[in-house]
Write a protein that binds this ligand. Structure first.
Ligand SMILES: Nc1ncnc2c1ncn2[C@@H]1O[C@H](COP(=O)(O)OP(=O)(O)OP(=O)(O)O)[C@@H](O)[C@H]1O
Ligand SMILES: [Mg+2]
Length: 222
């Protein structure tokens, strides 16, 4: 069964003058990696924002496990069901990797028996060493920061991970290592991974590719 479904979803900015997404019917299932591709400005980040529950579609519906997310507790959806990795990581730079993950666990409101051990296990899972885990974010490389961002997105154990250009600034080898983490999360842990990417190689390593076409007309459809 689909975990997320778009039903004729459209989105327009600026009081409906700029249509960005037009009538999309996409389905997302557990256990798979989805690549969202398309030219700059095609609406990829906008689509992630809708899937994360931050924004509502202008028309159409987004279903989470068959229920319209608009009618669900948005805060609960965002803090429990989806983990989001932003292009800029949004990590707190004055904290260590470990503190970033533990803070996110606190914010989720979930109870953990051994909070620190849980955070450490997540950071080990994405391949960081003890030394890196206790370093401030700005003293980590881009690829290491990306791993922290993934660990943080996993902190409340969401079934869905959304990531905007997760391999954008990484060399090919590091890109493959990050993709291996996403493959493990999808194929071994049965999560649904949705990646926005400009990389044909990342799209090829994904299970399904949805290609967004830029919407040319900037007037609303009748
Ligand atoms: N807040 C906003 N108000 C008005 N228009 C916006 C806003 N945010 C984005 N847009 C427009 O919507 C379109 C889609 O933007 P979006 O950021 O989703 O594209 P994208 O596919 O993620 O592009 P990129 O690959 O460059 O990140 C663009 O034409 C953009 O200019
Ligand atoms: Mg974008």
């Amino acid at each position: 069964m689909a975990i997320l479904e778009l039903e004729k979803v459209s989105y327009a900015y600026d009081s409906k003058k700029v249509i960005v997404l037009d009538n999309l019917d996409y389905t997302f299932e557990n256990g798979k990696i989805y690549a969202i591709t398309g030219r700059s400005g095609a609406g990829k980040t906008t689509l992630l924002s809708l899937l994360s529950g931050l924004t509502n579609p202008t028309s159409g519906k987004i279903l989470y496990k068959g229920q319209d997310i608009k009618k669900q507790d948005k805060y609960k959806y965002r803090s429990n069901c989806v983990g989001v990795i932003f292009q800029s990581f949004n990590l707190l730079t004055n904290l260590t990797a470990l503190e970033n993950v533990m803070l996110s666990m606190d914010i989720s409101g979930k109870k953990f028996t051994d909070k620190k051990q849980y955070a450490l296990d997540l950071l080990y899972k994405v391949g960081l060493t003890d030394d890196e885990i206790n370093r401030h974010i700005l003293k980590l490389s881009g690829g290491q920061q990306q791993r922290v961002a993934i660990a943080r997105a996993l902190s409340y154990n969401p079934e869905i991970i959304l990531a905007d250009e997760p391999t954008g600034n990484l060399d090919l080898e590091t890109q493959d290592e990050i993709m291996d983490i996403f493959k493990m999360l999808a194929h071994k842990e049965n999560r649904c991974i949705i990646l926005v990417t400009h990389s044909p190689d990342v799209a090829k390593q994904s299970d399904i590719n949805y290609q967004l076409q830029p919407f040319r007309k900037n007037t609303p459809k009748k």
